[in-house]
Design a protein around this ligand. Structure first.
Ligand SMILES: CC(=O)N[C@H]1[C@@H](OP(=O)(O)OP(=O)(O)OC[C@H]2O[C@@H](n3ccc(=O)[nH]c3=O)[C@H](O)[C@@H]2O)O[C@H](CO)[C@@H](O)[C@@H]1O
Length: 355
């Protein structure tokens, strides 16, 4: 029996591709294991797959700012690397697939020490810090954007395109309306601040809410701990995070306001949802979301609103404009080629197994 080990975590965006690939390997009879952190979002998401053996390791983070955790974290990273090395030595996987996030770095290093080939996947236009550290130890890097190759120097790259989750297009608008208790009497605006929520977007949405609800029914995914219990308006629904019902909600959505995380924006593109993107700033991230958003803007799929220009007024007027011009956005999105990135990636990983 062939064995594959997956890793990746820290945010849902670092697990989405794994969740799409795992069922394919299970269906072909592979033994599937996963290394994530002890308490990250990946643990909850992978727990839904009973046939996958999950091992937690300790993780640390490389921060761009001063924090007392910076002193403790190198020890956690070293501890995590030793745990990953031992797990991999015992499991003896034929191949490792890494989606990035800090938990993946010791796993990739442990695989390299154990001579197990690693395939890395990069969702963003430029590689994240974790992937940049891990790339020298990998056999190959698969990219979502064709432009990414320019930003990678050492490893073997392969452009596969965007992997969107299975079942994304099987949503039902009716189920979505029942779930959200909305009657569909107005167009639906979905607001999503990435898998963790976005505080600045949430605050601005609340300031603009009377204007937004005059034109739309609004579904707002706020992120953990960011609901406003005081706000209970007709035509406005807030959730911290939506799991399996997201395809239903997307099916009833007319336009989207979102951060520019790679998985999210390719999901909106696949479903032809016009988007107003508010990327994370260079200070909040490394500017990857700005590049993701600008690439989509150049193709005519979205409007970009930089966070420094985000006000109740620019948000409300941007969404109105987006809805007014929706047919033009949808028309351009329909011109995109349909590449089966999931199958391409699946076959490629199978070819990379240890000989
Ligand atoms: C703060 C941070 O580090 N953000 C990064 C993270 O974002 P983040 O985790 O937000 O990633 P993405 O936007 O790429 O993906 C979010 C995923 O979560 C799903 N979802 C989201 C909300 C919800 O309620 N339910 C739900 O299912 C989306 O459908 C999508 O599949 O990974 C992305 C992919 O590497 C990067 O582009 C982002 O810069």
């Amino acid at each position: 029996m062939k064995k594959i080990l997956f890793t990746g975590g820290g945010s849902a965006g670092h697990v989405t591709v794994n969740l799409a690939l795992i069922p394919r390997f299970l269906k072909e009879g592979w033994a599937v294991s996963y290394i994530g952190s002890h308490d990250g979002i990946e643990k909850q998401l992978i727990a839904k797959l009973p046939d996958v053996r999950y091992s937690g390791i300790s993780t640390g983070k490389l921060r761009r700012y001063m924090d007392w955790q910076n002193v403790k974290d190198p020890f956690k990273v070293i501890g995590g690397a030793m745990q990953a090395y031992r797990i991999i030595r015992k499991l003896k996987p034929d191949v490792v697939f890494s989606k990035g996030g800090f938990v993946s770095v010791p796993v990739v290093f442990g695989a390299w020490l154990n001579r197990v080939p690693v395939v890395i996947h990069e969702s963003d236009l430029t590689p994240g810090l974790a992937n940049r550290i891990a790339i020298p130890f990998a056999a190959a890097v698969c990219t979502t954007f064709p432009e990414t190759e320019k930003h990678l120097r050492s490893a073997k790259t392969r452009f596969v395109g965007a992997v969107v989750r299975d079942g994304l297009d099987a949503g039902s608008a009716n189920r979505g309306r029942v779930f959200c208790r909305l009657d569909g009497s107005k167009p639906v605006l979905l607001i999503m601040g990435g898998s963790l929520g976005a505080r600045k977007i949430n605050e601005t949405v609340r300031l603009a809410l009377s204007r937004l609800t005059a034109e739309f029914q609004v579904v707002h995914l706020c992120g953990k701990g960011q609901l406003d219990p005081e706000l209970d308006l007709p035509g406005y629904r807030q959730f911290t995070y939506i799991g399996d019902e997201l395809p239903d909600i997307l099916a009833m959505t007319d336009v989207v306001v979102s951060r520019a995380g790679s998985n999210s924006i390719f999901e909106f593109l696949a479903l032809r949802k016009p988007m107003l993107l508010i990327p994370l700033t260079k200070e909040q991230s490394r500017g990857d979301q700005i590049l993701n958003a600008r690439s989509f803007e150049a193709s005519g799929y979205c409007e970009v609103l930089e966070e420094e220009n985000l006000t109740a007024d620019t948000l409300a007027s941007g969404v109105s404009r987006l809805y007014r011009d929706r047919e033009a956005y949808i028309g351009r999105m329909e011109q995109t080629g349909q590449k089966d990135a999931l199958s391409d990636l699946f076959h490629y990983i199978k070819q990379t197994v240890r000989s």
